[in-house]
Design a protein around this ligand. Structure first.
Ligand code: ADP
Ligand code: MG
Length: 350
């Protein structure tokens, strides 16, 4: 084979390729935008989507807002207000740090921002394309906080667009907003779609996890619910709080076709396939196949033992001593299931 000449990719192409990794589908855009609103100390986050987020995603928060002078930089790749040195990467206390979400959205959609900081007499708005501000920053009416509007997501990626169906995408969005709303009890979330007047998701501000569980997943979920608490494990120094349905819980009344497994590590909604797999296989020993458990795990660990920087979407994580930590958690949940829940079911049956 004759060797072809190596050329550097054009910068716009590089950024479009990278954007496809950060914003995989509408719900990944929504997760990034909600995390930005949470980083901005919002107490209200309203999400409105059209056509499963493919036509329009609008997220309005009442957070700190963005300074007018920062707007030209907002969508530049690797521009962030949250990370300034390598050391910060291992002591993260914000969701964002890569400065890539808004840049990616500007490469993959038509992006508009309206924002107002508390001390400003008015709000400002502008639009972005391919990482750059498209027009001049204009003053406009608006309340304190930020609204981001993402239109025509993947308009320039026809293959990606063809692979998405609005209804499936909307289900993924509901799933993602439910999970984020569940844990962030200090924030009132709203989710609406298309012409619908009622909210699909509505949580109260300053509520409790228990209230949110009922509100978001239905009251039947808390009727056979158990929990474990591991406070500062002596050897591996992690903390864990988990809530999970017992062996009597029957999800047949709900329309869910899959078990619900929700994992937060250091406040971050993440996936950890080994933990999910081991918990669900343990459940399979005690409940029938048609019973789909609900499991919520909230883990806290030393930031220096957690690597969230595996993929641009930050969804899969790795952590030190994961095998041992997973084993400890699964064992504790199993013990409770066996001792309390299964016992409860035998007494009920006899
Ligand atoms: P990151 O969150 O990794 O910093 P983003 O591209 O998501 O990168 O956001 C870039 C910057 O824009 C943030 O660092 C923050 O300063 C600002 N920003 C984005 N969304 C909001 C928001 N809703 N409220 C206030 N500031 C925001
Ligand atoms: Mg961000």
């Amino acid at each position: 084979m004759s060797s072809n000449k190596i050329r550097k990719l054009d910068e716009t192409l590089i950024n479009r390729i990278a954007a496809g990794e950060v914003v995989v589908r509408p719900c990944s855009a929504i997760k990034e935008l909600i995390e930005n609103s949470l980083d901005a100390s919002s107490h209200q986050i309203h999400v409105y989507v059209k056509q499963g987020g493919l036509k329009r995603i609008e997220i309005r928060d009442d957070g700190c807002g963005i300074l007018k002078d920062d707007l030209p930089l907002l969508c530049e790749r690797f521009a962030t207000s949250k990370l300034s040195s390598v050391d910060d990467l291992y002591q993260l206390n914000t969701y964002g740090f890569r400065g890539e979400a808004l840049a990616s959205l500007s490469y993959a959609s038509h992006l508009t921002v309206i924002t107002k900081v508390k001390d400003s007499p008015c709000a400002y708005t502008c639009t972005y394309e391919d990482g750059k501000i498209k027009n001049q920053v204009k003053p406009c009416a608006g309340t304190n906080g930020t609204t981001l509007i993402v239109e025509d997501l993947f308009y320039n990626n026809s293959l990606r667009l063809k692979m998405m169906k609005s209804l499936d995408e909307y289900h993924r969005i509901v799933d993602c907003v439910q999970k984020l709303a569940l844990r962030n009890t200090h924030v009132s979330f709203q989710l609406k779609h298309d012409q619908q007047l009622d909210c699909d998701i509505l949580t109260l501000p300053s509520t409790t996890l228990y209230q949110n569980m009922k509100q978001l997943y239905g009251p039947e979920i808390v009727r056979d619910m158990y929990d474990i608490t591991i406070s500062k494990h002596a050897l591996y120094l992690f903390e864990c709080k988990a809530y999970f349905t017992g062996t009597n819980y029957s999800s047949s009344s709900s329309s869910k076709s899959q078990a619900i497994f929700i994992l937060f590590i250091n406040g971050r909604l993440v996936d950890c396939q080994p933990l999910k797999k081991q918990i669900l296989s343990m459940y399979a020993l005690y409940v029938s196949k048609s019973t789909l458990p609900f499991v919520y795990v909230d883990l806290q660990m030393e930031p220096s033992t957690l690597d969230v920087n595996i993929h641009p979407s930050k969804s899969e994580v790795r952590f030190l001593n994961s095998e041992q930590i997973i084993q400890i958690i699964v064992k504790q949940i199993e013990d409770v299931l066996v001792q309390k829940s299964a016992k409860h079911s035998t007494t009920q049956l006899t």
